[in-house]
Ligand binder design. Structure first.
Ligand code: AMP
Ligand code: ZN
Length: 142
């Protein structure tokens, strides 16, 4: 398979190529997992395809499935190794969704009962009317 590479310099492509150091945790032909340099907690992992794709909608389905399987395996490993009270599995697509590095990556974040922040509580939720709920439901169903 010919692997897409980034048009712009991409830090995760450089990690894959070994040009930027990282704390690798898992590696195979398609997938790499390494520690986030700004961890929410120790063990905060990033799981990336070695090929450069920016978002979920850019990626081929089989590669997405490959990553999902590795995220599942690594979450089991994390549960065993670190015994967290919970885990966040987070994946941001595009800048407006908080994506800082434009190379697809899944965060696997161990969380503990004493953590002062709760990732999801930083989201501002919206009060939608029944009509608005039904309208968006219909759009997503069609
Ligand atoms: P996101 O906001 O989902 O794009 O998250 C990007 C993540 O990549 C952030 O949590 C950064 O701390 C992390 N990051 C950026 N550069 C590196 C690097 N060289 N090695 C490991 N993690 C990195
Ligand atoms: Zn890249």
């Amino acid at each position: 398979m010919v692997k897409p590479t980034a048009k712009e310099p991409c830090v995760f492509c450089k990690i894959v190529a070994g040009e930027v150091p990282s704390y690798k945790v898992y590696e195979d032909d398609e997938v790499l997992a390494f520690l986030d340099v700004n961890p929410v907690n120790p063990g905060h992992l990033l799981v990336v395809p070695k090929a450069h794709y920016k978002t979920i909608t850019d990626m081929p389905k089989d590669l997405y499935e490959e990553i999902a399987e590795k995220v599942w395996e690594l979450s089991l490993k994390m549960q065993k190794a670190l015994d967290p009270d919970g885990m966040n599995i987070v994946q941001n697509n595009n800048e407006h969704a908080g994506q800082l590095v434009p190379h697809y990556h899944v965060h696997v974040i161990p969380r503990y009962s004493g953590d002062s922040d709760r990732y999801i509580e930083e989201w501002k939720t919206k009060d939608l009317s029944k009509e608005e709920m039904k309208e968006v439901q219909a759009k997503l169903q069609s």
